[in-house]
Design a protein around this ligand. Structure first.
Ligand code: C2E
Ligand code: CA
Ligand code: CA
Length: 610
């Protein structure tokens, strides 16, 4: 070899300076790699290099598995395995034939050259489409912006792609947390431990559902919602121990599986911590109409359900799937008790657990109801309340109505209970209150008439309840004395002192309070004394037998007299005929409602309409 010959030692010793700085430094989160991140700096050989020289290069110790020839038309890849086969030739004396010829004359196939910032999946697609066209290539050349060249073996690209897909199928791209599939796999592994009879086995599952998350999306857009989810994921991740499995189940639902032993006190403390993490304000960046970015503070909350399972109690847990269901049910209970709190699963909550179908039907109905609340699928009907014996209309009771496209007309007895159990009653109740106040204020209803609105125990238990009521009055302009809140005995019983003090505050403002369904509860007389009532409503079940049953008649008379002695007015519900109306009037009952006087109907055509 003459003066043109190449210094092979130098080529091997000094590959092009590393240009890896051109790639991002975010690798490792599994969220999609760039080609440049996989590349090693190429061993670059000069344009005129002879086949013999390349041959010698490849036979050295530590030789690269390919080199890149810097040709005028662009980089050309020479792969060691291919070169071996080509230079040996079918007859075995190619080495002699080709030794003095420039290697570029031997290379017939095209080199795939891609820029450093091509995503791995795109690079793989490029390789595959070339292979489809019959060209085999074992590596890809990468170009960096500073002119440097790198090489990535095709096998590396495919390996990386497989890892990426595996990662993606187990993770949620938004929060980077593992997904539901991952959780179920972890539970399956635990299940194996359990089946192997390990008594020390223990698992605690926390099921988290964000409260009022939909409001964030509605008010500030999905971008803001995404920021809240990502931030919340970070918060619960750092609140957890390293070996806890923190997953996003989907939407605004998360779960944390603790495989270590936790006492109930410990899991209560941890659940309380999660509730606090969710309640702390979130700062989100929001694009306003003019395209500017502003920061907004949003507050949400979380309802948490907790379920325990351990080796000693395997009888209870037939399959660990049950653990997820139990935690889910406990979470529902937390929602029902007013959200922003945690509940531990108890077997008493089991109703519906046994049948997956029941759970599913409930879920369907819940989704429908949620949509109805959000999209205006609900209506308020009004039933007249009349004075006895004149029959003059003295007000109306607002009754929620839900017509679902799939389910048809759903009875309030069904959906109010569902709404109470899921916490949806807060939105539903606030909406009924606002709608009823607004329609009453806009109607020709005279100034002595009242509009009665049913309020659920779950609503009253909320600290913000008074504000919701005051807001409805302020927005509608309805005077406080024209609003009557109907509470049931059960509402009062759950936390009598608290309920009484909240109702007293409302009563002070002039709002009327009726005790609904009187007689069906347990401690009726206590209620009459403790609550700041203005009206007692005698339950329909007493009225329906009034004329036939001497006992019921005596009871109704007693209620009316007791109420009057306490300065309360009495309203009889469910009056269906003239006999009942006359009997009640004769007993001194103040007002009545029922089909005899008028069925509930929509505001238009009824009196509260305008
Ligand atoms: P409720 O407060 O006792 O309401 C009276 C129920 O009796 C209404 O049933 C009404 O349609 C029905 N009714 C009225 N007159 C007669 C009659 O002469 N005969 C018979 N058989 N029934 C009569 P509805 O509308 O199905 O409501 C059922 C329950 O759902 C209500 O009982 C109330 O507890 C609850 N509810 C309805 N709307 C709301 C709401 O907006 N919020 C809350 N928290 N509960 C509501
Ligand atoms: Ca009522
Ligand atoms: Ca009632």
């Amino acid at each position: 070899m003459t003066s043109e010959s190449v210094n092979l030692d130098r080529l091997l010793a000094a590959p092009a300076t590393s240009t890896l700085a051109w790639v991002r430094d975010v690798s490792g989160d599994g969220a999609g790699w760039l080609l440049g991140e996989l590349a090693l700096p190429a061993v670059i050989v000069p344009h005129g290099i002879k086949s013999g020289e390349v041959d010698e290069l490849f036979r050295r110790d530590g030789a690269p598995h390919c080199v890149v020839v810097k040709s005028l038309a662009g980089p050309v890849l020479v792969d060691r395995a291919w070169f071996e086969a080509a230079i040996t030739g079918p007859l075995g004396y190619g080495r002699l034939l080709f030794a003095r010829r420039p290697v570029l004359e031997m290379v017939t196939r095209e080199t795939l050259v891609l820029t450093y910032d091509v995503p791995v999946e795109e690079a793989a697609a490029g390789v595959i489409s070339r292979r489809g066209a019959g060209t085999r290539g074992d590596a890809v050349v990468v170009t960096w912006p500073d002119g440097g060249l790198g090489v990535v073996p095709v096998s590396t690209i495919f390996e990386r792609l497989a890892q990426q897909y595996a990662y993606q199928s187990w993770h949620d791209p938004l929060t980077k947390l593992p997904n539901r599939r991952y959780l179920m796999e972890q539970i399956r592994l635990l299940e194996q431990t359990r089946r192997s009879g390990d008594e020390a086995w223990h698992a605690v599952l926390f099921y988290l559902d964000l409260d009022r998350f939909k409001d964030v999306n509605d008010q500030y857009g999905h971008g803001a919602g995404d920021q809240v989810l990502a931030e919340f994921a970070q918060r619960i991740k750092s609140a957890s121990r390293v070996d806890d499995v923190v997953v996003r189940l989907g939407g605004d639902e998360f779960a944390i599986l603790c495989a270590g032993p936790l006492t109930v006190t410990q899991s209560e403390a941890f659940a309380a911590r999660i509730v606090l993490e969710a309640a702390a304000p979130f700062v989100v960046e929001v694009h306003d109409r003019s395209g500017d970015i502003t920061e907004q503070v949003v507050t949400i909350g979380a309802s948490v359900g907790v379920a325990h399972a351990n080796g000693a109690r395997t009888v209870l847990v037939t399959s660990l799937d049950i653990l997820v269901k139990q935690a889910d049910i406990a979470m529902y209970r937390a929602k029902a008790r007013g959200r922003g709190r945690a509940e531990h699963y108890e077997p008493a909550m089991r109703t519906g657990l046994d049948s997956a179908e029941t759970v599913q039907a409930r879920r369907r109905m819940e989704r429908g109801l949620r949509a109805a609340i959000e999209d205006g699928g609900l209506a308020v009907h009004y039933q007249p309340v009349v004075e006895l014996p004149s029959g003059r209309v003295r007000g109306f009771e607002a009754l929620a109505r839900w017509h679902d496209r799939a389910l048809g007309e759903v009875s309030p007895d069904q959906f109010i209970q569902l709404a109470e159990e899921t916490g949806l009653i807060l939105d539903l109740g606030a909406w009924v209150l606002q709608t009823a106040c607004a329609q009453a204020a806009a109607s020709v209803m005279d100034h002595q008439s009242t509009i009665a609105v049913n309020v659920s125990p779950v609503q009253i238990a909320q600290p913000g309840f008074i504000d919701v009521v005051l807001g409805a009055l302020a927005d509608s302009g309805l005077p406080a004395y024209q609003l009557c809140l109907e509470v049931t005995e059960t509402a009062a019983v759950e936390n009598l002192a608290e309920t009484a003090s909240r109702l007293r505050e409302l009563r002070k403002l002039g709002i009327q309070i009726a005790l609904d369904d009187f007689g069906t509860g347990h401690s009726s007389l206590t209620m009459l004394r403790e609550l700041p009532l203005t009206i007692v409503k005698i339950d329909r079940s007493f009225v329906s037998n009034l004329v036939q049953s001497v006992q019921d008649a005596a009871l109704v008379r007693l209620v009316i007299e007791t109420a009057h002695a306490l300065g309360l007015r009495v309203c009889a519900e469910g009056v269906e005929d003239a006999d009942q109306a006359q009997t009640l009037a004769a007993m001194g009952c103040d007002t009545a409602q029922g089909w005899y006087f008028g069925k509930p109907g929509p505001a238009s055509g009824r009196r509260p309409a305008n």
